[in-house]
Design a protein around this ligand. Structure first.
Ligand code: ATP
Length: 434
């Protein structure tokens, strides 16, 4: 993990937020390449959910919803972690369930100073804030701890305009907020994070079948992004682990440097949420099938993924070190699908017409894919820089280019360097990165 964190900082992908003030716990900023990588992950998710299917529609609901939302969803009463505080020297707080994993036997002690611990207290994970200038009764609202509830609130509206019948889904990507107190392990656990969630509404009798379907579909998606299948597994929750809303949940876990941990949860939420919101709002949240004349509350299968955890899995999976000509090289072997930059265009010299020709090629390529022009420093150094951010291809313009209109095309992984006519470049690059 340390190497990945260092690389992310060095190349400005991801770094601690508020650094000039000493940072703020479990909060990170994404720089240029981090944003490009993040967007590629999100776009790949939208593509799999919307573009390549007919049965899912998109939504972007508000972060701050009516406070009754969280009463109905059970988050106000139930979205808690058991917290213990060190009564010894360090006074730090910890999640009791996390400590229990590390200390399976006997009385728990503080993992930092060995001190005695307080009794556990339920601690709500939702961030509270206030609407209006004064804090008064009824003005308290919450930053959403998951995007899913916005989807349930809009179930009826979406059903009307989208003209879908179950099975159909509503997909959403957006920020969620949780007052996490455990150390975050880089972007694995942060206070604010982006979720990619889809609620798939099905006839009750089909829930199990669709749960199975989505578990497989979501595993396949991670593999399609280039993640090693050996480092992915499905793990079903035991009865004592299930959330208050769930009748069955399986996590997709990835073998992070911190061990097997949750990348995505795929829950069978039954009819819990629609029933609750129907009761609290007084609205009927059901589906009437005009063909069978049957009226029912759909059951819901929810694949809920984190953008940050997907990025961390991609980065850990892609990180590699090798040697070229006796020199150590750090390389991100990212799939071209998600790589922040697909092709770098490098003039060999900063004179003799190389920059002009390289700029021309760069302008042509960047109309198709994310490309970067780099003329700074020795060519070997520039290749290394691109390897570190996972750029799969590099195009070098040299003397010969000006004579016969060919360039060198270098591949990040095989290190092959091939002479290619400029006229074929766009096709060659888009073939690899599509
Ligand atoms: P954990 O048990 O690790 O706290 P969770 O089971 O509470 O996670 P879910 O409520 O199922 O998580 O959320 C769905 C997904 O959202 C998770 O699989 C994860 O990818 C992401 N996620 C949840 N909490 C965080 C967080 N604090 N930071 C980053 N991503 C998160």
């Amino acid at each position: 993990m340390d190497e990945v964190v260092a690389l992310c900082k060095r190349r400005g992908l991801i770094f601690p937020a508020s650094e000039i003030y000493g940072g703020i716990a479990n909060t990170y900023d994404y720089g240029h390449y981090g944003v490009l990588l993040k967007n590629n992950v999100i776009n790949a998710w939208w593509r799999a959910m919307i573009q390549e299917r007919d049965d899912v529609v998109a939504l972007d609901s508000a972060i701050i919803q009516h406070p009754r939302t969280w009463e109905a969803s059970g988050h106000l009463a139930g979205f808690t972690d058991p917290l213990v505080q060190c009564l010894g020297k360090c006074k730090q707080r910890f999640r009791e369930d996390h400590l229990r994993e590390a200390q399976p036997e006997g009385e728990l002690v503080c993992p930092v100073c060995g001190g005695e611990l307080s009794e556990p207290r339920a601690f709500n994970l939702m961030f509270e804030t206030t609407i209006g200038p004064v804090k008064e009764a009824g003005s308290t609202v919450y930053l959403r701890p998951e995007t899913a509830q916005g989807i349930f609130l809009d179930f009826k509206t979406t059903l009307q305009y989208a003209r879908r019948k179950p099975p159909f889904g509503i997909a959403q990507v957006g920020k969620s907020f949780r007052n996490e107190i455990t150390p975050g392990n880089f972007i694995f656990r942060t206070l604010e994070f982006e979720q990619m969630e889809m609620e798939f509404f099905v006839p009750p009798a089909e829930a199990e079948k669709w749960h199975e379907y989505w578990m497989q579909a979501r595993m396949d998606w991670y593999v399609s992004l280039g993640i090693d299948p050996e480092r992915l597994k499905l793990r079903a929750h035991g009865p004592d682990e299930l959330s208050h809303y769930s009748s069955a949940t399986s996590d997709i876990e990835y073998l992070y440097p911190i061990g097997w941990s949750e990348l995505e949860g795929i829950a069978n939420r039954g009819d819990f949420d629609l029933k609750q919101h129907a009761e609290y709002s007084g609205e009927k949240l059901e589906y009437f099938d005009p063909e069978t004349r049957e009226r029912y509350i759909p059951h819901v299968i929810e694949p809920a993924a984190g953008v940050g955890r997907t990025m961390l899995a991609l980065l850990c999976d892609a990180y590699d070190e090798d040697e070229i000509g006796g020199e150590k090289r750090t390389v991100l072997r990212l799939s071209p699908k998600v790589a922040p930059v697909k092709v770098a265009v490098l003039p060999l010299l900063r004179k003799d017409g190389h920059p002009e020709k390289a700029t021309e090629i760069y302008h042509e390529l960047r109309r198709q894919v994310s490309a970067e022009y780099d003329s700074g420093g020795h060519i070997g150094k520039r290749y290394r820089r691109q390897d570190e951010i996972g750029t799969p291809l590099a195009v070098t313009v040299d003397h010969q280019t000006l004579e016969d209109d060919t360039v060198t095309l270098r591949e990040r992984d095989t290190l092959t360097q091939e002479r290619v006519p400029v006229s074929e470049l766009v096709d060659r690059v888009t073939d690899v990165t599509r």
